[in-house]
Design a protein around this ligand. Structure first.
Ligand SMILES: Cc1cc2nc3c(=O)[nH]c(=O)nc-3n(C[C@H](O)[C@H](O)[C@H](O)COP(=O)(O)OP(=O)(O)OC[C@H]3O[C@@H](n4cnc5c(N)ncnc54)[C@H](O)[C@@H]3O)c2cc1C
Length: 282
């Protein structure tokens, strides 16, 4: 199928993009790895496509005030191979390697993956695990939204009409981390994926953060499981308990790819593996 007719505007600055997005039913085009298929399937029928690929001010990756600041237009592959990302937020670097294939990651952008808000996608869950903050720009200026408040449902975010995601601010994490993902074929969207960070003090887990993709309408942050790990050693029993708690805190969909019960069970299995690996890497 071919896309339904739409107007096209190539913005050369953030101001131009925001102004164009004031048009009713306008849609941002970043890497196009999700939007173009949606257009061709006529599941998206925007009146205007606002291409931000020449908005250079949205393409950056730097350390600032001890945090990693990422422009929304930064390509997946650029971030994945960045020495700063690998040393400051290795969980993000590892997770990026699970997003589609290299050809997809060469074009796809960090902001596009977040704005697309696929419940099975890696990056929304990673940003929720890392307590990232998102800057969005709209006709009334700029505001900051915490990652945990950004994802409202499948493909639904806190972006208001006319708003654009511009910057992702990520606190560093240099403790232990792990990604565990189950998909039907290598690098397909996840059936379930689990992202874990742990901060250890000797044998004691000071804090743990867990996020699960593919197990609910938005990324799940199982706080009860996290709390059960904090303040004690990561014994096999502690890890098994946390994994069971994760399963109870998920709300997975059942569909033709996998029934809900299977996803819930896999969330527990992957959590157990991820915490064990995170502990080893700490
Ligand atoms: C074969 C294949 C495999 C894939 N595998 C995976 C996978 O394993 N994991 C995964 O997460 N994804 C996967 N995807 C989906 C895709 O890679 C990502 O969703 C995509 O890269 C999103 O980024 P983009 O820059 O291409 O966004 P686009 O396709 O350009 O846009 C996606 C959506 O976000 C909006 N948008 C984009 N940028 C902004 C912004 N700055 N502000 C506001 N709105 C914005 C667009 O309007 C659109 O609604 C796959 C895609 C393909 C084709």
């Amino acid at each position: 199928m071919k896309a339904a007719p739409f107007e096209y505007f190539r913005a050369s600055s953030l101001d131009e993009a925001v102004e164009a997005l004031g048009t009713p039913d306008a849609r941002v085009l970043a890497g196009g790895q999700s939007l173009v298929p949606l257009l061709n399937l006529r599941q998206a029928r925007p009146s205007l496509v606002v291409d931000i690929n020449r908005v250079d001010e949205l393409s950056f990756l730097r350390e600032e005030n001890g945090r990693l600041e990422i422009g929304a237009l930064t390509r997946h592959r650029f971030a994945e191979t960045s020495a700063v990302v690998r040393s400051e937020v290795p969980l993000l670097a590892e997770a990026l390697g699970y997003v589609g294939h290299v050809a997809i990651r060469n074009r796809g952008t960090i902001g596009g993956s977040l704005a697309h808000a696929d419940p099975a996608a890696e990056l929304p869950a990673v940003m929720v695990a890392l307590d990232a903050g998102f800057t969005v720009h709209g006709p009334d200026g700029e505001r900051i939204v915490a990652a945990r408040d950004f994802f409202l449902g499948p493909h639904r975010t806190a972006l208001a009409p006319g708003e654009l995601l511009t910057r992702i601010s990520v606190p560093p994490h240099r403790g232990g981390w792990a990604v565990e993902e189950l998909s039907r074929r290598s690098r397909d969207l996840a059936l379930v994926a689990v992202f874990v960070t742990v901060t250890m003090s000797g044998d004691v887990c000071e804090s743990a953060r867990i996020a699960v993709a593919g197990a609910g309408p938005t990324p799940i942050r199982p706080l009860t499981a996290e709390k059960s790990l904090a303040g004690g050693p990561l014994t096999d029993d502690a890890i098994a308990l946390a994994a069971e708690l994760v399963a109870t805190e998920t709300d997975p969909p059942g569909d033709l790819h996998a029934p809900a019960g299977y996803r819930r069970e896999m969330a527990a299995v992957l959590t157990r593996r991820a915490i064990t690996r995170a502990k080893e890497s700490a």
